[in-house]
Design a protein around this ligand. Structure first.
Ligand code: SAM
Ligand code: SF4
Length: 464
């Protein structure tokens, strides 16, 4: 399977050269990079290295201000919601930072039956969710069939006006044939975190099982994209190696996908290591990332790959999440459980993958976002209309995607307010919708009006 694991694109030498920066905090160079970032065309590896060298508070603030502007220019106030749905926490691997690792005998194990998956889905649908991220440890009863059945089950659940309209998937690397099956099952994004691009650091924490094969993991998106999955999501588990090295490696990975498949990744996730049941590594990560650096990571990524979605999970606290919305986050989870069965049965919490930082319900987070002037969105339009991969980026880069995102966010948020929100949330939410409408061009306003009229008359799932 050599062609399935070819990875000559990953080369630490130029990264180390770029990071051996003789002039950190070079104000002229940093400002030159920030000016380039404002053009919304993205940044190169040396640019990212220059920004990553910044420690000076004034330059840091300039960097954050530029990231805010880029975020505002491209995404406006929109933030899209999803919920993780853990179907199984059995695992054959030994990742020392994760509670699901095989040797962690104190953990309760569950692989949900299809009935239980339907129950979990129903809880999420009743909260108003429209997107889930299906997650599993690397060992599930029934193998690939189990994954495919689970996807079909999640899509089959209908409750009142609601259903899940997009399933993204985060499961262990597959081969090309199995990725084809995932694609046929109708998934949105296939997401997988490299954890770390540093081979040595990788070997130190992935002790046994298939996941200890670095090359199999780092080549996963090549196989996914070869199988026709256009939207892939990258990520790094921050805390395992130097964050600057990880950022530049991510840039190499994206450049490689662009070169081979004509499009980079659809999303980037920035999980930071959290305490996990029975894990000393998770308690004291080898390269902890402090809050100030974490914010830099979000800001630099937003400027480096402006059209790539950035995902912030409930690992982070409400305060940190709030700060990162401003700096560039475009998708968030809310009301999450990381234990299989955790939505329908609160008692299963001993089976969680790691500790969460934000325990608020979906409605609490929606209400907070709206009160801060953000536009909560439950949109799933693009992938359902085939606007994926390069087609999506071709629309996004000239700024045309805004014409779709604006009306779709307004429409899906109105659905949420009518079907799931309390009177109080509805009032704050309606104000946000009115404000959003005033900032749209005429054409988008017309489309939004049409969509909202249909929803007010009882139609659902109206999008453009
Ligand atoms: N088992 C598959 C795998 O490892 O790729 C798929 C999903 S795994 C359940 C999801 C992600 O959780 C991992 O990729 C890892 O980055 C993250 N994770 C594991 N332990 C964590 C911890 N202690 N804190 C934060 N994130 C963690
Ligand atoms: Fe298993 Fe994934 Fe956890 Fe590793 S990170 S132990 S592969 S669930």
């Amino acid at each position: 399977m050599t062609t399935q694991t070819a990875n000559s694109w990953l080369d630490p030498a130029p990264i180390e050269r770029a990071l051996a920066n003789p002039a950190p905090n070079d104000a002229a160079r940093v400002r030159e990079v920030l000016a380039k970032a404002r053009e919304l065309k993205g940044l190169g590896m040396d640019d990212v290295a220059a920004l990553a060298s910044v420690t000076d508070p004034t330059l840091t603030e300039e960097m954050f201000a530029t990231a805010r502007q880029v975020k505002e220019d491209i995404y406006g106030h929109r933030i899209v919601f999803f919920a993780p749905l853990y179907i199984s926490n059995f695992c054959a691997n030994e990742c020392t930072y994760c509670a699901f690792r095989k040797s962690n005998e104190g953990l309760q194990r569950h692989a949900l039956s299809q009935e239980q998956i339907a129950e979990e889905t129903e809880v999420l649908v009743k909260q108003g969710h429209k997107r889930v991220l299906m997650v599993a440890g690397e060992h599930y009863p029934g193998g690939m069939r189990y994954l495919l059945d689970s996807i079909a089950t999640i899509y089959s659940v209908k409750k009142d006006n609601g259903e899940i309209r997009r399933i993204n998937v985060n499961v262990a690397p597959l081969d090309v044939d199995d990725f084809r099956l995932l694609k046929e099952a109708g998934i949105g994004t296939y997401q997988l975190f490299q954890e770390t691009y540093d081979r040595k650091a990788y070997a130190e924490v992935h002790l046994r099982g298939k996941k200890s094969d670095f090359d199999w993991r780092v080549s996963v998106m090549d196989r996914a994209m070869t199988a026709g999955i256009d939207d892939v999501g990258l990520g790094v588990l921050f805390g395992l190696a130097d964050w600057r090295f990880e950022m530049l490696s991510l840039m190499q990975h994206i450049a490689h996908l662009e070169e081979v498949f004509g499009v980079g990744c659809h999303t980037i996730s920035v999980p930071r290591m959290e305490p996990a049941h029975g894990s000393t590594v998770a308690e004291a990560p080898p390269h902890p990332v402090v809050d100030e650096d974490f914010k830099k990571i979000v800001a630099i990524l937003r400027m480096a790959v402006p059209y790539t979605g950035m995902i912030m999970s409930t690992r982070e606290t409400a305060e940190m999440r709030r700060e990162t919305y401003l700096l560039g986050v475009s998708q968030i989870s809310a009301g999450s459980r990381t234990n299989p069965g955790g939505y329908a049965d609160e008692a299963k919490h001993d089976a969680s993958q790691f500790q969460l930082g934000d325990h608020r319900s979906l409605e609490e987070v929606v209400a907070e976002l709206a009160s801060l002037g953000y536009m909560p969105s439950f949109c799933t339009a693009c992938y359902r209309l085939g606007r994926t991969g390069k087609d999506f980026m071709d629309l996004a880069k000239p700024g045309l995607i805004k014409q779709k995102c604006g009306p779709n966010s307004v429409g899906t948020f109105l659905e949420y307010l009518i079907d799931y929100a309390s009177e109080e949330t509805r009032q704050v939410g309606e104000k946000v919708i009115r404000d959003e409408m005033t900032q749209m061009g005429m054409k988008e306003q017309d489309i939004s009006e049409r969509i909202m009229n249909a929803i007010n008359k009882g139609k659902r799932d109206v999008f453009c």
